[in-house]
Design a protein around this ligand. Structure first.
Ligand SMILES: *Cc1c(COP(=O)(O)O)cnc(C)c1O
Length: 397
């Protein structure tokens, strides 16, 4: 099962899809009153309501959501955006495609942006910090927000992997000037392909909307142009009605999905008895973690590698295009060694699947939300056995 929402796709989604087919409302503007009849518009309103966002625009992928969020904020040529070297390649690609320069920064022990390293990379060209809530874990938004405020730059959240998560009681993606979600099957909830950009300010929402709809204003209703708005050609990144119909049914289940994965996460963590040389990943807000995975970080790289090998899984530096060192597009900036702290942490860390099982994310070993307590316990014990036995063999050498 890729993600926890995917596992619940069923009757509710089918009923909504049948409504789309019955009315042949395949795109958001094919209605007498799109504001009330379009599933895409309903999905956007439901996102605002259930997440506490001010403005939302639904698009056709998480990558589109990132580009829409950044374009809405005016990020473009000549700007620098600070982004972690541990993220999905799409976070970095979205910046580059707008003509801006991604500036890679280190992650901390939570595997999200290390605030002090971000501060060191901010200069007069920096326009924004792209904080990625990686593997469902909230970034240090207080520290990152302080840096943004101090320098008069924007804080943007890539919440693709953390839909429904929170930081100090506020949902991730709604705290910065803009946020981006993905609804691909490996995320918390899914529309097959899809995403959403969230905005705090109407003027940024207006510009973001125009970007994903060929320059049209929200709802294609002319006359609400914010002062100072510069018209854009935009692209067509619109979400199809069929996807939004699935999205509305998925969003209804978001809290149930999170409750399920968090319960299984607690069972798994409760059954782990790790050697003293291995620790659970710390958190900037443990309550807000979406429990996609449980990360275990070892003191020693060899120990982590041996444990991963025994379980036929990988350490996180080997998780494909989530590690900057595997992003050939970066050229010399992406040579392994550029971010030594990130290299070290990822090389010592293993992710056990809970909500999201994805070998490309490094979570090829673990459990799933619908596994029995016996199975969860057995998987925890197998992990610990591997961790203890590889520690001992390491010590003998
Ligand atoms: C999945 C993901 C994206 C991109 O989402 P898509 O829907 O696949 O385009 C962006 N950023 C992060 C951190 C992701 O995990």
């Amino acid at each position: 099962m890729p993600g926890p929402g995917y596992g619940r796709v069923g009757e509710a989604e089918r009923a909504n899809i049948e409504d789309v087919l019955r009315t042949r409302g395949l795109t958001r503007y094919l209605f007498a009153d799109p504001e009330t009849q379009s599933w895409v518009r309903r999905f956007e309103k439901q996102l605002c309501q259930s997440l506490g966002a001010r403005h939302a625009v639904a698009v056709n992928s998480g990558t589109s959501a990132l580009v829409t969020a950044l374009a809405g904020l005016g990020v473009g040529r000549g700007d620098e955006v600070v982004v972690p070297g541990y993220t999905y390649v799409a976070s970095i690609g979205a910046i580059a495609h707008l003509g801006a320069t991604p500036v890679l920064a280190e992650v901390d022990e939570t595997l999200t942006l290390a605030a002090e390293d971000v501060a060191a990379r901010v200069n007069e060209r920096t326009k924004a910090i792209l904080a990625v809530h990686m593997l469902g874990a909230p970034c240090d938004l207080e520290a990152l927000g302080q840096i943004a405020d101090k320098h008069g730059i924007l804080l943007v959240e890539d919440a693709a992997q953390s839909c429904g998560g929170s930081y100090r009681g506020r949902r991730l993606g709604t705290i910065g000037a803009a946020g981006a979600y993905s609804f691909n099957p490996f995320k918390v909830i899914t529309t097959g392909e899809g995403g959403a950009a969230l905005f705090a300010e109407y003027r940024d929402y207006y510009a973001g909307y125009a970007f994903q709809d060929q320059g049209w204003p929200p709802g294609r209703e002319l006359g609400n142009e914010p002062p100072g708005y510069t018209p854009t050609f935009g692209l067509n990144l619109r979400m199809p009605e069929l996807s939004a119909a699935i999205g509305c049914a998925q969003l209804d289940q978001l809290d149930a999905v999170l409750a399920d994965t968090r319960r299984v996460r607690d069972e798994l963590v409760g059954a782990l008895s790790l050697p003293p040389s291995a620790q659970l990943r710390p958190s900037h807000d443990a309550e807000g973690d979406t429990a996609n995975v449980v990360v275990v970080t070892f003191d020693d790289t060899d120990h982590a590698q041996r444990t991963a090998k025994a379980l036929d899984t990988k350490t996180l530096d080997d998780s494909g295009r989530h590690y900057y060192g595997n992003m050939i597009q970066l050229g010399p900036a992406g040579a392994p060694g550029a971010l030594p702290k990130t290299d070290d942490l990822l090389g010592r860390s293993i992710a056990l699947s809970v909500g999201v099982s994805d070998s490309h994310l490094g979570s090829g070993y673990g459990v799933a939300p619908d596994d029995s307590q016996e199975y969860v316990r057995a998987q925890a014990e197998r992990f610990c056995e591997a961790a203890w036995s590889t520690a001992a063999s390491g010590a003998r050498r």
